[in-house]
Design a protein around this ligand. Structure first.
Ligand SMILES: [Zn+2]
Ligand SMILES: [Zn+2]
Length: 305
């Protein structure tokens, strides 16, 4: 299972329709939070994201991406959390995030570690990595890509039975690439029973950015690209000046990277909840585009599912 819950999809200020930036990524029972705008804890309750997360990844420190951290951490403390938490962010992490943690109290009730990341870093998680890539906004910013490692090839149980391999530990060892010896002395290798390794999934989160080559590189072949689209074509100059992208630019990035699917977020308050003009501009370039709204859940299936 890999799915994203959009907790806040608006740019700069909360509106009745859109809260400010936060995105919960759920994978095999684990939750990662990307950015934490003001009011994120309430959005997490509303949309069932749960407070069991251990990690928050910040793309940058503009207030619409960080102000929810203090309240979220306080609530977790009041709920008697003891599980440690790790916060990741670009240059300045200790100062900015440490400052938010310190608001009103001397120390948090559970351990919180702050890790500064740089473009090119890989935060390893066993079955997947979080790759940090460069973006182009008005400050020190990064984007994040969740990249799953390759999975084992498909095991063929019918063929295993036909070859007389008894079900159990031998199947597991073959599946993991070992050659095994059967009770009758014959040797059987994985090539006879296991297909080629299958690629994992990749989800890419842009944060706030102008069109950025590092993003296209990180998103190449991704299953899902979550890209900011603060403005439409009519505000292209403003987008460039403020370090943001238009829906068309996000769609072009998706096309260049050859992703499977694009979801646009960080929508300016000037557009309606459905933002049909942004959707039309993007879909003219990259058809498989959706506009995020608060509460939207997007599942990311395996390509071969
Ligand atoms: Zn923003
Ligand atoms: Zn920003």
């Amino acid at each position: 299972m890999l799915s994203l819950t959009f907790l806040g999809t608006g740019a700069a200020i909360p509106t009745l329709d859109r809260n400010v930036s936060a995105l919960a990524l759920q994978r095999e029972g684990e939750t990662l939070l990307f950015d934490c705008g003001e009011g994120t804890q309430r959005q997490m309750m509303r949309y069932g994201a749960g407070f069991t997360l251990r990690e928050v990844f910040f793309t940058h420190y503009h207030s619409d991406h960080i102000l929810g951290l203090t309240g979220l951490i306080r609530t977790m403390g009041l709920l008697d959390r003891t599980t440690p938490m790790t916060l990741y962010g670009p240059r300045g992490a200790a100062k900015v995030l440490g400052g938010l943690l310190a608001v009103g109290i001397e120390r948090t009730r559970f351990p919180v570690e702050i890790v500064e990341v740089r473009p090119g870093d890989l935060v390893s998680h066993g079955e997947y990595d979080i790759a940090v890539f460069p973006t182009d906004h008005r400050a020190d910013t990064v984007g994040y890509a969740l990249v799953e490692r390759d999975r084992l090839g498909r095991f063929d149980p019918d063929r295993a039975r036909a070859l007389g391999v008894p079900e159990g530990p031998l199947w597991r060892r073959l599946h993991h690439g070992e050659t095994v010896e059967l009770p009758d002395g014959r040797r059987v290798g994985p090539a006879e029973l296991v297909g080629p390794t299958r690629p994992g999934r990749t989800v890419v989160i842009s944060g706030d950015t102008r069109p950025a080559p590092g993003l296209v590189e990180a998103a190449t072949g991704a299953d899902l690209l979550v890209h900011e689209a603060t403005f439409g074509d009519e505000e292209a100059v403003r987008a460039r000046e403020t370090g943001h992208s238009t829906a068309s630019q996000a769609a072009r990035a998706a096309g260049e990277a050859g992703v499977r699917r694009l979801v646009l977020t960080h929508i300016s308050a000037r557009y309606t909840r459905e933002a049909p003009e942004l959707l039309a501009e993007a879909q003219a370039i990259f058809p498989d585009t959706a506009i995020a709204r608060d509460g939207l859940v997007v599942d990311v299936p395996f390509p071969d599912a």
